[in-house]
Design a protein around this ligand. Structure first.
Ligand SMILES: [Zn+2]
Length: 273
């Protein structure tokens, strides 16, 4: 079944593009928006305070941007989502999964983690990106969220499967119940891997869409399916961050910012209904 899972909250055409650039205009997925306990957003590069080459909603402290601007951008995003606490990682393209099962006193950015799982209301799990995927997961029955930073190294190591295993082991989440949303990221149009025979396993070769070009959106979907998810519960977006300049892209610009995807459980969900 084909569907268009994303609504882009761009202003109408009669509003100037400059206004669009000062607003926060995150992508959201209806699949997650209609889940009452969940808040989420995939924030493009617009609406922040950073200056070139980080214009403007850079969320990374690790790219050379002024930390004051990064803090301001993160604060703006937190307020927009109603998140009380942000948890993120100093991502290293490996497979460590952080389980957040109690609410931290303040925002946390923990070295060495690329994947995050939580059952704590009010905590936003943030993945920082410039062409890598964020794979956001929600388990409706157990009310658990996850967010995975998944670049090609994460795909090779199958961090998706490792995260789903952690959700099952820690919180008894069944793969068949999960919803998944794959964020804008490197598309098959730009996924060139000249040294793929050294870098990618042979079971990725069927996803080669033209010589040396690979479809990592389909690779992630296959990994989600292999780990037990249902096809109808997996939602992707056809936005390539290299092609579309509304997103930070390491491949396109090299020295640039990071955009973010965030998912969490609403702080007041215990009071709902
Ligand atoms: Zn592209």
């Amino acid at each position: 079944m084909t569907s268009y899972p994303f609504f882009l909250f761009f202003p109408s055409k009669d509003i100037s593009y400059s206004l669009f650039k000062i607003m926060l205009t995150p992508l959201t997925s209806p699949a997650l928006s209609k889940q009452p306990p969940v808040f989420h957003g995939i924030f493009n590069r617009h609406g922040g305070t950073s200056t070139p080459p980080f214009t403007s909603l850079n969320v990374s402290f690790g790219v050379g941007d002024d930390p004051e601007n990064v803090l301001s951008n993160r604060k703006r995003i937190k307020q927009y989502l109603g998140a009380q606490i942000l948890v993120s990682g100093q991502q290293v393209h490996k497979t460590s999964v952080l389980v957040v099962d109690s609410k931290p006193d303040q925002d946390q950015e923990i070295p060495g983690y690329d994947s995050f799982v939580s059952n704590v209301p009010g905590v936003g799990l943030m993945v920082q990106q410039a062409d890598c995927q964020a794979v956001m997961l929600f388990a409706p029955k157990t009310k658990v969220v996850a967010n995975i930073h998944c670049g090609w190294r994460g795909s090779v190591a199958n961090i998706i499967s490792k995260t789903m295993h952690t959700m099952e082991k820690t919180f008894f989440c069944k793969s068949t119940d999960l919803l998944a949303v794959i964020s804008p990221s490197l598309g098959p149009c730009c996924g060139e891997f000249i040294n793929f025979r050294d870098e990618l396993p042979s079971h990725f070769y069927p996803y080669q869409v033209q010589p040396n070009f690979f479809d990592f959106w389909s690779i992630s979907k296959a990994q989600l399916l292999d780990a037990g998810m249902r096809s109808g519960n997996i939602f992707t977006t056809p936005i390539c961050t290299v092609c579309n300049t509304d997103w930070f892209s390491y491949r396109r610009d090299e020295i640039t910012g990071r955009f973010c995807s965030i998912i969490g459980l609403k702080a007041n969900q215990e009071c709902a209904q």
